[in-house]
Design a protein around this ligand. Structure first.
Ligand code: NAD
Length: 264
């Protein structure tokens, strides 16, 4: 793809692995200068070096901060006062019975999955509006519109992402700034791979069949009957980040393999 992203600065939160890393990779492939974020500075530096080696014409940079913490966000803002593209990807998930969810856990999920992205958008959006270009993308989940009940404290925060993105998009009217949400379905990240190990390693099902068994029995509504690959989300997010995607605004973009049953 030629997406006209050369020289654009893109902050991808939670980009040391999984979907965030795949998005950063695809943005760098298109010539963007990506800012890699995670809490572990060694992991962040490793991804920066990998990207620099693969895409030497770009300038990837490191931002090792825990963005759920206000003082660490301030350090990020001092180090990187402006970005063209903000991908609010960072997020935590954990299956939990509703009656076991404490007030503290609800708050923790809201702080990490919702409030951090809100604080980043609030900081970076004004400059995007003044330069008349910017992209903010929230990575939500199909859980935002179809809570499974397996992790209510997670699903709620993903619905909050959708609502916030829509509200923020109202502030961009008539500009070349867009705010959207991407809703991936189940994606084969390291965390999901580990979940498959936990679910199947003690069974007779051979490893080559774990994914198809999981889809058949735990994601029966999926039309594609396979886990999505992180690079599929990465490529789509790179497109939505590009100047060519200016007509997406306040949209909730489904990338779920047809998991969410809708009439059309
Ligand atoms: P992951 O656990 O593989 O990666 C999460 C990243 O976030 C890591 O780089 C981690 O270091 C970073 N991170 C976590 N807490 C952080 C913090 N406080 N500060 C800075 N960085 C932090 O996750 P993933 O599966 O790639 O998911 C990424 C996003 O996609 C999440 O928002 C998740 O809800 C969403 N999502 C994932 C799936 C899936 O099936 N994997 C499906 C739908 C939506």
């Amino acid at each position: 793809m030629e997406l006209d992203l050369k020289g654009k600065t893109a902050l991808v939160t939670g980009s040391t692995k999984g979907i965030g890393k795949a998005i950063a990779w695809e943005l760098a492939k298109e010539g963007a200068n990506v800012i890699i974020n995670g809490r572990n500075s060694q992991a962040v530096d490793e991804v920066v070096m990998e990207i620099k080696k693969q895409f030497p014409q770009t300038t990837p940079q490191a931002a090792a901060y825990d963005l759920s913490k206000e003082d660490e966000r301030q350090k990020l803002f001092e180090a990187y006062p402006r970005v063209d593209i903000l991908i609010n990807n960072m997020g935590i998930f954990q299956p939990k019975d509703y009656f076991d969810i404490t007030d503290e856990l609800w708050q923790h999920f809201i702080d990490v999955n919702f409030y951090s992205g809100n604080a980043l958008a609030k900081f970076y959006l004004p400059e995007m509006l003044s330069t008349d270009f910017g992209r903010i993308i929230f990575i939500a989940s199909e859980e935002a519109i179809m809570p499974s009940g397996e992790m209510p404290q997670y699903s709620l925060t993903k619905t909050m992402n959708l609502s916030l993105a829509k509200s923020l998009s109202k502030l961009t009217k008539g500009t070349n700034v867009t705010v959207n949400t991407i809703m991936p379905g189940s994606t084969l990240t390291e965390g999901v791979q580990q979940m498959l190990v936990d679910m199947y390693s003690d069974t007779d099902i051979p490893e080559s069949e774990w994914e198809s068994d999981f889809m058949k029995n735990h994601r029966p509504l999926s039309q594609i009957q396979r886990l999505i690959r992180p690079e599929e989300i990465g490529r789509f997010a790179a497109f939505v980040s590009s100047p060519y995607a200016r007509s997406f605004s306040g949209a909730a973009l489904r990338l779920d393999g047809g998991l969410v049953p809708t009439i059309f």
